[in-house]
Each structure stands twice: as structure tokens, then as C-alpha cells.
Design a protein around this ligand. Structure first.
Ligand code: DCP
Ligand code: MG
Ligand code: MG
Length: 448
């Protein structure tokens, strides 16, 4: 669960960056429709796509015999996900292996610590979506936002009769047949585009997933899991307050992470309604003006952050966590293992890393999540070049760099107890444009 890449977990940072305040109009460039005004924020159409039991689906594609059995993907002693057959037997995501086996003794377990196949499939999905619409933002491994506003406007213009089409899939809080597509032509068209994209993902990559269709990222994300698996749901603007008040607590609001929820709770704010009604001035005192307003807006279901196209990642990393590592020999072995696969990925990526960073986590009984320490150093050009050209002896030199950084953090003459090691290449520069531009997403995608 913790040997994540930079982007696996839906942690607070990720949501923050995805839902930070920004200019309302940034995402809805009306460039191709110069005669008509650009769509207003309320006319945006944003899709959120989330793949079904993602790691389990990848394993079922690799071994189709697993489709008909209850399947759990195991990382350490946790089932990080399970297929829907297993879910019928009461197995749930993030259940301990012991509990899952108790619920479902015939559960088949596949180890999911090596993320290579999941990562590759994940980027294939983003790439496929980008081939239909450039405005795609990744969120974690199995989710993407797509801003289809322009596609919708184009269809409305080119085939005006399409504005009277019906909704595809479910409509939140209503019987789909009763929802008047004529009153919501853009969302109705968005539901057709969502169905087409899901179909493309299914026919070309063999994956199923759910989609939410709404006027913002926040709402699309909230509505997409209403019917699972392999279904889609549209949220009409008149049901925004309904969906917000259906949430069981503030932690369910995307963008409110663990830390924020704790601070809110200390103010007595527990439910979404509490947050809607809490005096703004007091929120400002705790969080500052802009975060306070953002939190208030989120609670009201308002989010005008744009879908920000995801470029190639700015760093590549790999890590592993363990109960206890306390000898330099084991550290060396772990660093060698991690670096050898990371160097391989870096080579396929094609860009040249300028910086190497080593991160460790020391055991702490009290502060389990916030005790990471890092040291970094520049990668000399001749070593960076060896990585990109795939020359084998880069690894030896990198391992020795890593061990130097390790000794800067840890005095190996005294006892130590580590629970995590992370190796990271940062400051990646594409060869074609070492004069400054960032690595291209296409070269990154080619590695799959
Ligand atoms: N994941 C993980 N650790 C977590 C959460 C998720 O390793 N704490 C991985 C396993 C999942 C994948 O990320 O397969 C996607 O997470 P989701 O929450 O979307 O769960 P699934 O896609 O597995 O299931 P669902 O069908 O409910 O979306
Ligand atoms: Mg999923
Ligand atoms: Mg997900």
C-alpha cells in the first residue's frame, strides 16, 4: 500500500493541488468559437472516470482465469483492492488479509507490490483519453478528469438536434427517463461522450470503469461512484445541494484531507452542513482568507478549478516500506533493488535526471506518517548520460551516491530502525530541449 509511486494515494496534497483556487475561465477557452461567448462555469461539462477495482482488473487481464474467482490484491498484510466477485463475498478494499480470508476462505491472492503493470496501464488510459480530448488531468493511478466543454459546444453547433438527446446512464437522484435532457443539453451530451470514452477504454484496453458527469471536478468526482461497477451517473445542477448533504462528513468532501478535517473538528465542524453554516470570519481566522473561502465553496458544492492537463511527471521514484530495517547491509541491498528498476524506468522515459534524492522514514511510535527525511545531490552529467543511454554501470555509481546520502542522515555506528526507503530522480530534462522545456508527455507515454 505504501510502496506507491508519486501519485498513488489520494492524499491531501494531491487533492489540494487538484482543487486549488484558480481563475475560473482558465479551462474554458472559447478560442474556436470566437463569435459566441465562451461557456460560463455553469455550462462546463467535466467528466470524472474511475476504473473498477483497478489493480484486480489488470491482474485479470494478465490471467483471465482469475475473472471468475474471488480475487484480492495483496500488499503486505492488506488487501488493497479486490474484484467484484470477492466484494459479493463481503471482502472490501483495505481489509486485512486475515479478515478477508475469514469472510471468504476461497479468496485467491495476488501480490501487488510491483506497480509496473498498473502504472503502464494507467498511462495507457490517460493517453487514450487524450487522443479524444486534450484536457485530461490524472488523479492517482485509476482516475482522470476530462473537460469536454468544447467537444459538447461543437456537437451542439454542428448537430443542433443532438440537444434533444436523452441521458446515457443514470441521472443522480432521478429516474433517468424522467430527467429532461432538453433542459440540460450540455450535460446530456456529456453523458454520451462519457459513454463513448468508456466504450473506447473497454474495447481497446479491456478495462471497465465508472464515470461522473457534472459541471465541475468536485461534483463529477462525487457523483461518479453512485452506481458501480461499470456504470455512469450525471448530476444536474438542481441536485447539487442534495448530493452535498448526502455526504456522511466533511472528510468525504474531495479536497478536505485528514489534517484539515482535524482542524475543522477542533472548531466543532463535523458535517458538511456544519461547514456550510460556520461563520466565515472564524474559518478565516483558522485557515486564512483563501483557504477558508475554498473550504466554504467546497461544502456548498462550488468548485471552479480548471482541469489542468497532466504533463509527464516531474520526477520518477520508487519506494518500499517494511516493519524494521536496522542494518547497513540490508539498506544497501534495498537501495540496489529499488534503484535498478528505477534506472530502467528512467532509461525508458528518455529524459536525463539532474537530481537524485533519498528519503527514509525512521520508526516512530507516535508520529507514524510525518517522519520522512530526505537528502539530495546533483547527478553529474556523465552519470545522468549513462542512465539515459542505458549503460549498465550507472547503477553502481548511483548506489554509492545513495549510500553517501544515507550516511548523512543515519549514524550507522548507533542503532537505527527504518520503516521506509524511497529513491527519486528529480529535475528531469528532455534531451531535445535541455535548453529548458520539460519532458514531453508523448515520450513519457511511449515507455508503456
Ligand atoms: N490503492 C492502493 N492503496 C490505497 C488505495 C488505492 O494501493 N490506499 C490502489 C489499488 C486500487 C487503485 O489504487 O486498485 C485504485 O483505487 P480505487 O480507490 O479507485 O479502488 P479500485 O479501483 O480498486 O476499486 P473501485 O472499483 O471501488 O474504484
Ligand atoms: Mg477505481
Ligand atoms: Mg480511484
Amino acid at each position: 500500500m505504501e510502496n506507491s509511486d508519486e501519485e498513488v494515494d489520494e492524499d491531501e496534497t494531491e487533492w489540494r493541488s487538484s482543487f486549488t483556487d484558480s481563475e475560473v475561465t482558465a479551462s474554458v477557452s472559447g478560442s474556436t468559437f470566437s463569435k459566441t461567448p465562451p461557456p460560463t462555469p455553469a455550462q462546463r461539462v467535466i467528466l470524472h472516470l474511475d476504473l473498477d477495482c483497478f489493480y484486480a482488473q489488470v491482474e485479470m487481464i494478465r490471467n483471465p482465469a482469475l475473472r471468475s474467482v474471488p480475487l484480492g490484491i495483496q500488499q503486505k498484510y492488506i488487501i488493497v483492492t479486490c474484484n467484484y466477485v470477492a466484494r459479493e463475498h463481503g471482502v472490501t478494499k483495505l481489509m486485512s488479509v486475515t479478515d478477508a480470508k475469514e469472510k471468504c476462505p476461497q479468496l485467491v491472492l495476488v501480490k501487488g507490490e510491483d506497480l509496473t503493470h498498473y502504472r503502464e496501464m494507467s498511462y495507457k488510459v490517460t493517453e487514450l483519453l487524450m487522443s479524444s480530448c486534450p484536457l485530461v488531468e490524472r488523479l492517482g493511478f485509476d482516475e482522470n478528469f476530462v473537460d469536454v466543454t468544447e467537444m459538447v459546444e461543437k456537437r451542439l453547433k454542428e448537430t443542433p438536434e443532438s440537444s434533444s438527446c436523452s441521458f446515457k446512464g443514470h441521472v443522480y437522484n432521478r429516474l433517468s427517463a424522467d430527467a429532461k435532457a432538453g433542459d440540460h443539453p450540455r450535460l446530456a451530451l456529456g453523458s454520451h461522450i462519457a459513454a463513448e470514452l468508456r466504450e473506447a477504454i473497454n474495447s481497446r484496453l479491456g478495462l471497465t470503469g465508472c464515470a461522473g458527469i457534472a459541471t465541475s471536478k468536485l461534483l463529477a468526482k462525487l457523483v461518479s461512484g453512485s452506481f458501480k461497477p461499470n456504470q455512469q451517473t450525471t448530476l444536474l445542477s438542481e441536485d447539487i445541494s442534495e448530493i452535498m448533504s448526502s455526504l456522511s462528513g466533511i472528510r468525504k468532501v474531495p479536497g478536505v484531507g485528514h489534517q484539515t478535517a482535524k482542524r475543522l473538528q477542533a472548531l466543532g465542524v463535523v458535517s458538511v452542513q456544519d461547514l456550510q453554516l460556520f461563520p466565515l470570519a472564524d474559518l478565516v481566522k483558522e485557515f486564512g482568507a483563501s483557504s477558508a473561502q475554498r473550504l466554504r465553496n467546497l461544502a456548498l458544492g462550488r468548485d471552479d478549478t480548471p482541469v489542468t492537463p497532466t504533463g509527464a511527471p516531474q520526477s520518477l521514484s520508487d519506494e518500499d516500506s517494511f516493519k524494521k530495517m536496522s542494518s547497513t547491509k540490508d539498506v544497501l541491498q534495498k537501495i540496489q533493488d529499488l534503484l535498478s528498476s528505477l534506472v530502467d524506468r528512467m532509461h525508458k522515459d528518455g529524459r536525463q535526471p539532474q537530481t537524485f534524492r533519498l528519503t527514509i522514514r525512521r520508526y516512530s511510535a507516535t508520529n507514524k506518517w510525518f517522519s520522512r527525511e530526505s537528502r539530495q545531490c546533483p547527478i553529474p552529467n556523465h552519470i545522468g548520460h549513462k542512465i539515459t543511454s542505458g549503460s549498465g554501470d550507472a547503477l553502481v555509481q548511483l548506489v554509492s551516491m545513495a549510500m553517501k546520502l544515507f550516511h548523512k542522515m543515519v549514524d550507522s555506528n548507533t542503532a537505527f530502525h527504518l520503516t521506509l526507503i524511497n529513491v527519486c530522480f528529480a529535475n528531469l530534462q528532455s534531451r531535445a530541449a535541455s535548453a529548458g522545456s520539460k519532458g514531453s508527455i508523448t515520450s513519457f507515454f511511449k515507455q508503456g
